[in-house]
Design a protein. Sequence first.
Length: 225
Amino acid sequence: MNVAIVVAGGQGTRFGVNRPKQFLELNGIPVIIHTLRRFEESRQIESIVVVLPAADVAAFQSLIEKYALQKVWRVVAGGDTRAQSVRNGLAAIEDARVVAVHDAVRPLVTSEEVDRVVAAALETGAAILVAPVSDTIKEVQAEQIVRTVARSELRRALTPQAFHFQILNRAYQDLEQLEADGIDVTDDSFLVERLNIVVTVVEGSARNFKITEPDDLAIAEALLR
């Protein structure tokens, strides 16, 4: 069985609204529902664990029923950080072949992208969705440019990121110590890379962006139309 962990544990405080941004509406439908529908349509994903702020866990059942989500298996409370929320989602899974982790506020991912990442992870053990870097990238120190980085060798890390279940579990074993040391764990691949495991990249679309600012919501609405 291949399982998706859809992470929506954040409170959306940077977004400047009074409710988590995953519950804001895009064309009349909550962001998280748009995202979950892509995993419902996936041929590779058989089950979904949703990670939410603790206060929203109980009420989410009504959305599952309203939008007829068939693959949502568990809804669990998140932690103080994204990585802690993923770990809580992992703890809800007893066994799986591949676990695909996705940010709930990336509603423009396609089911085809999900399928390609999971298929790559089944074959190689670890795979993430990426997109090209279109801007020229400068390395800066003390407000001065140190060098220009060759963007042909750079990719933006997207989600989903998919791994063999055992690999992802092992990668998260040191999370508590890493966070205690002040290391910001921004994606799952970072933890897997620390195990010296090769992570395969799967080219995806730049449309699969993360909604972080109010303008992003308007752009996503236009693209979904």
